[in-house]
Design a binder for this molecule. Structure first.
Ligand SMILES: Cc1cc2nc3c(=O)[nH]c(=O)nc-3n(C[C@H](O)[C@H](O)[C@H](O)COP(=O)(O)OP(=O)(O)OC[C@H]3O[C@@H](n4cnc5c(N)ncnc54)[C@H](O)[C@@H]3O)c2cc1C
Length: 347
């Protein structure tokens, strides 16, 4: 192993852990620094959809989901305050598993493969040098175009759903309801706060329950919330960025965050990690320079993600235009093609 250079990964979320697993499978020494500890809840719809599922298969991680009790989402339905669609089959099934379980399972697998995982210490981000990969997740941004984006998540029982994934839109944001492991439902929303808006109207419980009289409010009328699962995140940046513009080698949200409405961010975390594995293993064995590795990984990630990021940007804009929400749900109710288009182009 003397001529194999070690790799340090900053951030033990999905991208960092997947990368670490892939490197260990190729006998590359890998250390992950994680600021938090496992298990922990994350703000996430917990709906894994897209090409990242194939990545999990290639890395031998699919059975880990079955062992952890993941459930398959096969159908979806959309709702505004006054309109709804009938449940329809998803163009391809999604895997749904709580991040509480998933991140801990990946961390365990990484350690079983001989990886070193250092928990509970935030690594300094200045002067990330050769041999260190950034997988620190989203980059915080105070505001964007006069608005601030924030996400909320909680698990609950006793939530009767008409489809495996329900999407509820409202002028303030949207909430996704998704069946997950353990008989629970994940309730996760993305919201926008405009400059000068009254903070008192931002009670998390009220935001997640939806407007009075809405289908969302009815769905959650008898919900038994698991308060320990509640989490929130603010300062989200949803403007697409290119990996080539980053000074470091990045994977996952550290490159860019795809609007969560697509349900594709976790897939991008898995995919970007996979795209980096062989190139980093090659650097580790002395077959290329760090600069060449950075350029190749950035090029591969940008080529893989450019189209879906462009479509996702428009989808996000449409969903957050209040006057378009009812027409969009009506269109989705009438047109299978419209739903498929939005789904397929963003993954
Ligand atoms: C509201 C909302 C809903 C979403 N819903 C979905 C969905 O349904 N489906 C989907 O696919 N995606 C969804 N996403 C996106 C998804 O959660 C992310 O794309 C995914 O978590 C990215 O993984 P990551 O590993 O890049 O980052 P993260 O999972 O955020 O991991 C980054 C890790 O780095 C650690 N870290 C950061 N800085 C340091 C440091 N200096 N030192 C050490 N450790 C550090 C953090 O503690 C964290 O554990 C959603 C996101 C939001 C906000």
């Amino acid at each position: 192993m003397a001529d194999v250079k070690p790799i340090t990964i900053i951030g033990g979320g999905l991208a960092g852990l997947t990368l670490g697993i892939g490197l260990r499978q190729r006998d590359v020494p890998a250390t992950i620094h994680e600021a938090g500890s496992y298990p922990r809840h994350r703000v996430c719809g917990e709906f894994i959809s897209g090409r990242g599922q194939a990545t999990l298969g290639r890395l031998g991680l699919r059975e880990l989901f079955g062992e952890a009790g993941a459930v398959s989402a096969q159908t979806t339905a959309f709702f505004s305050a006054t309109r709804s669609t009938a449940p329809r089959p998803l163009p391809s099934p999604a895997i749904c598993l709580s991040r509480f379980t998933l991140d801990a399972a990946l961390a365990k697998r990484f350690r079983e493969l001989g990886g070193e995982l250092l928990e509970g210490k935030r690594a300094a981000m200045e002067n990330i040098g050769e041999g260190t990969v950034r997988s620190t997740g989203r980059r915080a941004q105070a505001g964007q175009d006069g608005a601030r984006w924030f996400g909320l998540k909680i698990h609950a029982r006793n939530v009767p759903l008409t489809a495996d994934l329900e999407m509820h839109v409202s002028p303030r944001g949207y909430v996704g309801l998704c069946k997950i492991n353990g008989g629970e439902v994940n309730i996760c929303g993305l919201f926008r706060k405009r400059a000068g808006e009254n903070g008192e109207t931002m009670n998390w419980r009220e935001l997640l329950r939806g407007q009075a009289g809405s289908p969302l409010r009815a769905r959650l009328a008898s919900a038994e919330f698991d308060e320990s699962s509640f989490c929130a995140v603010a300062g989200l940046s949803l403007r697409p960025q290119q990996a080539a513009a980053r000074a470091e080698i990045c994977v996952g949200d550290a490159i860019t965050m795809i609007p969560p409405v697509t349900g594709n961010g976790m897939s991008m975390a898995f995919e970007s990690a996979e795209l980096a594995i062989e190139t980093l293993a090659s650097w580790s064995r002395g077959n290329m320079s760090w600069s060449e590795a950075r350029q190749k990984i950035a090029h591969d990630c940008d080529a893989a993600f450019a189209r879906r990021l462009a479509w996702a940007k428009w989808l996000q804009r449409l969903i957050f235009t209040p006057t378009l929400q009812n027409p969009l749900v009506m269109l989705a109710a009438r047109s299978d093609w419209f739903q498929r288009l939005g789904f397929e182009r963003t993954r």
